[in-house]
Design a protein around this ligand. Structure first.
Ligand SMILES: CC(C)[C@H](C(=O)O)[C@@H](O)C(=O)O
Ligand code: SF4
Length: 467
């Protein structure tokens, strides 16, 4: 087992005790909830006559079902309205703070909490949502949980968990032009596989992550779960502290200095021991795009869809399924693949810097004939900041639609859905069959800049040719 890592330190500091099962009872500092996975948890709590133990440690927002065009209440979709009302009631009844639509602070839970300064180094964070790994960008131990565990956290502020091993993923060097955080994480998952991280926490270390902004680090940690790792983190540093300083829930005054000293002490020791270490060279990472039905089925933008012979034996069955579903053929170049829909948004790539990079590509160009392209900011704050910089005008002048914040077509639990066999270029994180609202819809994952490149050309395009 690893020793001296941030993961070990934070785990040990939050350990309440060892349960008869051998699992750790872990204290959860911050609990985030949204409308999809919380209603049943509240119902289970009520059935048992239990109350929320620490209401101040749970924070709610609404994101998955939110319509991105007409947000008038009641929502047109009756089920969405019902989920919304359940969340509003549960928050009210249990005195839980709720960042609702129109508050100026609503957003995808993994975008909203960091921008509020709720997400801090050294915390344990849980949310009934697999992409909770995002918060690890701050040096927190953050993971997704199921609905019965949401109940457990509401009732006890603790969880029964088995300790993870720690794999250090070191990436060194400066990323080439046109290569973004999204490409780095797609590349890592391509190399280590979608189940490679099972049983591990991923520690992202090395100069490439050190040079990244907090938003880029969030993109990386967000997709840890797509590589099988329940959580992923970056050691907190000056970039982390600069981001947090002055945010509403960040420590203030003399508490701030104390917090920074404490956060710094939690960094993995230079002589920390890891269960595994892998090293990549940033200068060798290409713009990466998925061609298949798992986030691990990625290739460099200038490569061809792999033939079975090019793949390890164990990847051939899923590849065969992917050729058929995607209607892409082994040996075919991915560049030039015709696109129907372009989606820029999600908790992976719906932050301000993502929109800025996409806008650089869109500026002065126009969405190709017949393409539906739309931008969904990750939060109300992102939307407002983007508008104050005029990004909305760049996008709309280029023929993109500019929408209200939410998860939108990442998962299509709202009205934004692919239709039939439509194929999307998407800045989101999952390309599973039927993910974007049509049971036969197809998804190609890529960076927001590359989605913008696809939008203006109508086909998968190497963004480097447009920069
Ligand atoms: C709805 C929610 C439970 C789900 C998750 O856990 O990740 C969603 O956010 C997703 O991205 O698929
Ligand atoms: S944006 Fe997508 S991945 Fe993120 S929480 Fe929403 S549905 Fe899940």
């Amino acid at each position: 087992m690893s020793k001296g890592t941030l993961f070990d330190k934070v785990w040990d500091l939050h350990t309440v005790g060892t349960l008869p099962s051998g699992q750790t009872q872990l204290f959860i500092g911050l609990h985030l909830i949204h409308e999809v996975t919380s209603p049943q948890a509240f119902a289970m709590l009520q059935e048992r006559g239990l109350k929320v133990m620490f209401p101040d440690r749970t924070i709610a927002t609404v994101d998955h079902i939110v319509p991105t065009t007409n947000q008038a209440r009641p929502f047109v979709d009756a089920l969405a309205e019902e989920m919304m009302q359940a969340l509003e009631k549960n928050c009210q009844d249990n005195h839980i703070r709720f960042f609702n639509i129109g508050s100026g602070n609503q957003g995808i839970v993994h975008v909203m909490a960091p921008e509020q300064g709720l997400t801090q180094p050294g915390m344990t964070i849980a949310c009934g949502d697999s992409h909770t790994s995002t918060h690890g960008a701050f040096g927190a131990i953050a993971f997704g949980i199921g609905t019965s565990q949401v109940r457990d956290v509401l009732a006890s502020q603790t969880l029964a968990l088995s300790k993870l091993k720690v794999r250090k993923i070191e990436v060194n060097g400066t990323l080439p032009t046109g290569v973004y955080a999204k490409d780095v994480i797609l590349h890592i998952i391509r190399q280590l596989g979608v189940t490679g991280g099972v049983g591990y926490a991923y520690e992202y270390a090395g100069t490439t992550f050190e040079q990244m902004s907090m938003e880029e680090r969030m993109t990386i940690c967000n997709m840890s779960i797509e590589g099988g790792a329940r959580c992923g983190y970056v050691n907190p540093d000056l970039v982390t502290f600069d981001y947090l300083k002055g945010r509403p829930f960040a420590p203030q005054g003399s508490d701030w200095d104390e917090a920074v000293a404490w956060w710094t002490s939690l960094r993995s020791n230079t002589d920390a021991e890891y269960d595994d270490v892998v090293v990549f060279d940033a200068t060798e990472i290409p713009p990466t795009v998925t061609w298949g039905i798992t986030p691990g089925q990625g290739i460099a933008i200038d490569q061809t869809v792999p033939t079975p012979e090019e793949l390890p034996e164990k990847e051939r069955a899923i590849a065969a399924e992917a050729y058929q579903y995607m209607d892409l053929h082994p040996g075919q170049p991915i560049v030039g693949t015709k696109i129907d829909v372009c989606f820029i948004g999600s908790c992976t790539n719906g932050r301000l810097s993502d929109l800025q990079e996409a806008a650089k590509v869109a500026k002065g160009r126009h969405v190709a004939e017949g393409i539906k392209a739309f931008v969904v900011p990750g939060s109300e704050q992102v939307k407002q900041q983007a508008e104050s910089e005029g990004l909305d005008r760049i996008f709309t002048a280029a023929g993109f639609e500019w929408r209200e914040p939410g998860c939108s077509m990442c998962l299509a639990m709202n009205p934004d859905k692919l239709v039939g066999r439509q194929i999307s270029a998407s800045s989101s994180n999952r390309n599973f069959k039927g993910r974007q609202g049509s049971s036969s819809g197809r998804t190609l994952l890529m960076s927001p800049a590359m989605v913008a490149a696809a939008a203006v050309t109508g086909q998968v395009t190497d963004v480097r040719s447009l920069l």
